[in-house]
Design a protein around this ligand. Structure first.
Ligand SMILES: [Zn+2]
Ligand SMILES: [Zn+2]
Length: 135
């Protein structure tokens, strides 16, 4: 099986995953809404070591909000790629949007639902919901 490969919108950054995700989830926190321009982010959780940047490492920029972990994006196209403190943290999150429309693994939980916005519609999809991170 070839490793799962992800990229940003402009294609300047390419990376691959050397291990399957340990979990996947929606994050509805306010930071994720702001960086994503929508309901939040949808990510897979993996060991930081399992993320191998193949191209465009110099294009990556990180921003660490006040109480959150670092979020990393492509400085050319703005695509949000990694969170959870990448690359310093032991575990990171990887945005599922990086893998294109064919990627099939579904999110398995809603996290930070305490930060659902007044305009936001939380789907009745039967997934577990957590006020903060999943336990
Ligand atoms: Zn880009
Ligand atoms: Zn979040």
């Amino acid at each position: 099986m070839s490793p799962l490969e992800g990229s940003c919108l402009c294609g300047g950054v390419r990376f691959e995953m050397t291990e399957p995700f340990l979990a996947t989830s929606h994050c509805h926190c306010e930071y994720c809404k702001r960086i994503a321009g929508g309901y939040g982010t949808v990510s897979g959780r993996a060991r930081t070591e399992a993320i191998r940047v193949l191209e465009g490492e110099e294009l990556l920029r990180s921003y660490t909000p006040g109480e959150g972990s670092a979020k990393t994006f492509c400085s050319v196209c703005g695509s949000n790629l990694f969170g959870g403190g990448w690359p310093q943290s032991e575990m990171s999150s990887v945005r599922l949007s990086s893998f294109g429309l064919e990627y099939e693994r579904k999110p398995e939980a809603h996290t930070f639902v305490r930060s659902v916005a007044a305009w936001e519609i939380l789907p009745e999809d039967g997934l577990p919901r957590y006020d903060e991170r999943a336990t």
